[in-house]
Design a protein around this ligand. Sequence first.
Ligand code: MRU
Length: 356
Amino acid sequence: MKVGDLSYRSVWRDGDSVRIIDQTRLPYEFHALSLRSCEQVANAIRTMQVRGAPLIGAVAAYGLALALRHDASDGTLTAALDMLADTRPTAVNLRWSLNRMLRQLSPLDPAVRVDAAWTEAGRIADEDTELNRSIGNHGLPVIRDVAKNNEIVNVLTHCNAGWLATVDYGTALAPIYLAHDEGIRVHVWVDETRPRSQGFLTAWELSAHGVPYTLIADNAGGHLMQRGQVDLVIVGADRVTREGHVCNKIGTYLKALAAKQSGVPFYAAVPSPTIDWSIDDAFSDIPIEERSGDEIRFVQGIDRNGQISRVAVGTDEMRVANPAFDVTPAELITGIITEVGVIPATRDGLASIAGK
Ligand code: MRU
């Protein structure tokens, strides 16, 4: 996607290093960072300089390539894989991508592993771009349908499932960009998404593309839906089970409940690497990341000197819980927008795309 006049992806290879956009500095500063070691990649994922399920997977694959540069032995491969796999537990794309890299690299002679690792990481990144482009194409008719009867299509989204969360285009935002590009008057209600405020990333992206949006507090969505000001909800996902339950950023479930109550269609946009076919019980088997309480005790912004800084909004002695994801039951979901089409959030719906 474009930033000013330049086209960017959210990760790319630059010689012997990997470049990412530091998302902890957005929306205040646009800064591309160079990562030169697997440790730096693991740190960037852990601290959420890169985030979003598909992007985490792609960046981790590049992390393995960096790890093998000086020593491509089995030992280094396994150690790097373990280090990266430990960074963030919920998005299944991380494990999917590391397993794919392992399958590709482990049978190879160490002498050829580095080149093969760069190639495979590049393929994962390219494929992600194509998956999201297809999700956009399949999601577009959903927006077109609403546009037949409405002058403006109001879409609510949660977190950031745009190009910053993927390699390019995004998942939930991909159909929105296409609708806007073909002249549909689409307006996006952007949930702020406390505590990490990924909504600011969504607002930044939409604004860069010229898509009208309004940033709202997380608690406002139900009210807007009740008043008929939301035509549909589209969110991304970090892990989807074969029964169609969708694990996504904390707060997604509440939006789905409100949408059901108000008769607002609720869609999840999901590329196939986000489906975890092995999970039996979505409500107990998906590891839900518990993040630092400081994400709730502090907020980040720009100080009087124009510097990014943090201020405390709580005190050290306050007890805080910070689960980062929740699971939306399949029965609250109108449809899952995948790279091969929109499917029902049911066992049969998911089975219909298995292996495609
Ligand atoms: O904690 P984050 O910012 O990595 O969480 C991101 C989300 O929950 C996104 O909605 C999800 O990864 C889908 S991104 C296309």
